[in-house]
Structures are given as C-alpha cells and as structure tokens.
Design a protein around this ligand. Structure first.
Ligand SMILES: NC(=O)c1ccc[n+]([C@@H]2O[C@H](COP(=O)([O-])OP(=O)(O)OC[C@H]3O[C@@H](n4cnc5c(N)ncnc54)[C@H](O)[C@@H]3O)[C@@H](O)[C@H]2O)c1
Length: 413
C-alpha cells in the first residue's frame, strides 16, 4: 500500500500525516510554497504541530513502513496505488459549486493511475459528484475502465480546524466504495489508523449525502437561533438568556447566534441546493437558512451603530475596534469570514475601524480583503468595541481599558 494524498491543506495534511505513521505516503500539492513549507517541517495552518510533522517527514519518497514526502511533481506519485483527494470545493460568486480543483485533481490522477488502483475522494461534494463528475475525468485521461481497471471510494472529512480535542484519528469516519469488496478494503484502510472507528456506508452517494447534510443541519440550526436573535432584539428580550433557559430541557438543541463563515458550513448547503434543483426540487429550508445566516454581518453592524446612536455617540468618524477577523475562534483561517461583512456595514457610516487579531496573517488579510490588521492589542480607547470572534487570548482582557467613558461593547458570542 502506497498512498498519495492530493491537496495538502487543512484536511489533506493531517490525513497524510496520520497515514504516514503506518504507510508510505506522498503528499502532492500544486502550491510549491506549501510543499516547501511542509518539507521544512512547518504547517502554517497549525493543524499539525512541527514536532508531529517532523516525526513522519522523509527526505525522499519511501517504500518502507511509513513516512511522508511532499512534492509538486506529478511523476513522484506514479508508484502509488491509493489516491486520496482532499482539494477545495468552493462556490463561485453566484454561490454555484465550483468543481474545478476536483476535476483538475482527477486529471492528475488520470495521468498516473494504474490497473487495480483505488481513488478515494474526501472533499465535500453533493451526492453524485464522485461517480458523475470526477470518475469520468479519471477514465477519460487514463483510458482505464471504472470498476474493472480501477476503483473508487468516498470518505468525507469531519475535522474541525483549531480543535485540538477532536483530532482526525478521534473522529469516527464514514467510508464507502464503488463495489462492496472495495468498500470493505477502503473501510479497513481507514480503520487501521482511525482510533474512533469507521462506518461503512452502502454506497458512495450515501456517504456524500451524509457529509453534506451534517453541514446543512448545522447551518439551519444556527439560522434558527439567528432568526430568534433578530426577533428578540426587537422585543427587547436577551436571546442568550432565552437560550440558556430553553437549554435546560433535555432535548433542546444548544446553538448560539453568530456569523456563519468559512468554506464549509457557509458553502456546502449551496452544493446540495444546486443538486436538488438539478433534480427538480427547490430546497426551501436550506436556502432560507443560507439567506438568514448571510444577512447577519450587516445586521451586527447596524446593531452596533444603533446602540451608539442611542447612547449619543457620534457615529461618523468614531473609532471602532473589531476583535477577531478569522472565520472562527482559535484558528488562522480567514477564508469566507463574515467579519468582513460587519466591517463593511460599519464602514458605510464613515467610521474608523481598527482590527485586532492575534491569529490571522496580516499579509493574507490584506491580499484577500484589502484590510489592515494588527496582531497586538491596541493601547488607545475606542467608541465601540466589537468582539466578533472569541479567541482564547480575548478571555482575560480588561475591556474597560479599551473603552472610552461613553462607549459600546458588543460581543457576538
Ligand atoms: N477545513 C475543514 O475544516 C474541512 C472539514 C471537512 C471537510 N472539508 C473539505 O475538505 C476539502 C479540502 O478543504 P481544505 O480546508 O483542506 O482546503 P485547503 O484550501 O486548506 O487545502 C486545499 C489544498 O489543495 C491544493 N490544491 C488545489 N488544487 C489542487 C490540485 N488540482 N492538485 C493538488 N493540490 C491542489 C491547494 O494548493 C491547497 O493546499 C474541501 O472540500 C472542504 O470542504 C474541509
């Protein structure tokens, strides 16, 4: 067994590292900078510690009992017999699924795959994408016949970036294969490294659907409490106090209002919605949830301004500090962060915004959003402080030191 992991990001690297504790693994990524960074023993996403990475790294492709070698050269993965795909599955600006990275990765595999090999997709997709969109690319490029010359599987990733408790090996993994026998082989492969065990789904489509509904369910649940927040704000009722009281019932689901960003929960429902519409069904709850959650950035901005006006604080030219710009706490990922919507909304009132985030990379934030951030807590005082993301560093802060005498402190969580 020699495994290639295609796409060494938040999902691919922890998986490649884990497999490399038992099998020879080649990590392949088109981003040379990422490959060089990993080969130097560092992961800027902080999902794998330098110590754990260095413990499995090898200077050359291995044939023995483990080790990870990273590369951007296609020929290096030619000898592999299991190809695991962990490339991004984004949505375009019209919220339509963009399968370009998946198709490109399938082309790469088509160029190197041999008879008897297995391709396992891990990227989050709508049901049907593996067999209808990806495998035909592998077949066309390789000239091999699916389920005769080569086989496939789908095993969705459930990791939660920044979560050091639920790490990859401790999360039960759903597996599936293009035939019952391949399903069993793939399941065995994952079971050999995942301590929490596996669940072998009866078909690839079932595994694909299972993953996407996990994220849709979360999105809809958060949309519900966001709707409650908008309603209760108007009625002058404290939503958090309501949720705390309701949460004392054993079967009340404990979700909290907030921004839904990132490239998973805020994107995946569009994948399922697109597939549903292609099948002639217009999803109502899923898209309503998306609309509601996408409106929260603007809502938070307007609430801050409203509170400032009610306290008699001049909004134009006011100094506002936004704390946290990553899409979630204790993680450097700024992709699709909705904090930028809060900032956009506040800027519409000609406010002066400072952004403090000790986790985000200032260069990346500037490139992605054209915003400057600081990574040290500012020393001046502000007319309003918006705590958008509760990084652990924010817990001990004395907020009084950041606030002018007449000011607003708005916390999202
Ligand atoms: N990050 C998460 O928390 C999470 C959790 C579960 C599932 N997922 C899903 O896993 C998939 C990967 O997400 P991610 O967060 O790891 O993405 P990422 O952007 O962190 O990493 C993707 C990597 O793939 C590389 N890449 C892109 N196209 C490539 C190609 N054609 N060939 C080789 N490499 C290529 C990129 O350079 C990048 O390093 C997505 O479908 C995502 O929805 C992510």
């Amino acid at each position: 067994m020699k495994i290639a992991v295609i796409g060494l990001g938040y999902v691919g690297l922890p998986l490649a590292r884990l497999f490399a504790t038992k099998y020879p693994v080649i990590g392949f990524d088109i981003n040379k900078k990422r490959v060089d960074e990993l080969m130097s023993g560092h992961d800027h996403t902080l999902e794998v510690s330098d110590e754990d990475l260095k413990a499995v790294l090898s200077k050359a492709p291995l044939r023995g009992f483990g080790g990870l070698y990273c590369t951007d050269i296609i020929e290096d993965i030619k000898d592999c017999n299991v190809y695991v795909v962990t490339v991004p599955t984004p949505a375009d600006k019209h919220n339509r699924p963009d399968l370009t990275p998946l198709k490109k990765a399938s082309e790469t595999i088509g160029k190197v795959i041999s008879k008897g090999d297995i391709v396992i997709y891990e990227s989050t997709v709508y049901p049907g994408a593996t067999e209808e969109d990806c495998i035909p690319v592998v077949e066309a490029v390789s000239g091999l016949k699916f389920n005769r010359d080569f086989f496939a599987g789908y095993s969705p990733e459930r990791i939660n970036p920044g979560d050091k408790e639920h790490t990859i090996e401790k999360i039960k993994k759903v597996t599936s294969g293009s035939t019952p026998e391949i399903g069993r082989q793939i399941d065995e492969l994952y079971r050999s490294v995942i301590i929490a065990g596996t669940h072998l789904a009866p078909a690839i489509k079932v595994a694909e659907a299972a993953k996407i509904i996990e994220n849709c369910q979360r999105d809809i649940n958060i949309a519900f409490v966001n709707e409650l927040k908008k309603m209760f704000d108007r009625m002058d009722i404290d939503t958090h106090a309501v949720l705390e009281a309701a949460g004392t019932k054993w079967n009340f689901l404990r979700f909290r209002p907030g921004l839904v960003g990132g490239h998973c929960i805020g994107v995946d429902p569009y994948y399922l919605a697109q597939k549903a519409q292609d099948s002639g069904y217009f999803p109502e709850i899923i898209l309503a949830g998306r609309r509601l959650n996408d409106s929260m950035g603007e809502y938070v901005g307007s609430q801050v301004v409203k509170k400032m006006i009610l306290k008699g604080i001049p909004v134009k030219n006011s100094d506002i500090l936004v704390m946290g710009i990553t899409f979630k706490e204790n993680c450097p990922d700024v992709r699709n962060t909705k904090v930028v919507e809060v900032i956009r909304s506040l800027k519409e009132y000609d406010t002066k915004i400072a952004i403090y985030d000790p986790w985000a990379n200032p260069k990346e934030v500037q490139q992605e959003y054209g915003l400057d951030i600081v990574t040290q807590l500012p020393e001046e005082k502000f007319d309003a402080v918006v705590v958008a993301v509760v990084h652990k560093e924010f817990e001990g802060i004395d907020y009084a030191l950041l606030l002018k005498e007449n000011s607003v402190l708005y916390t999202l969580k």
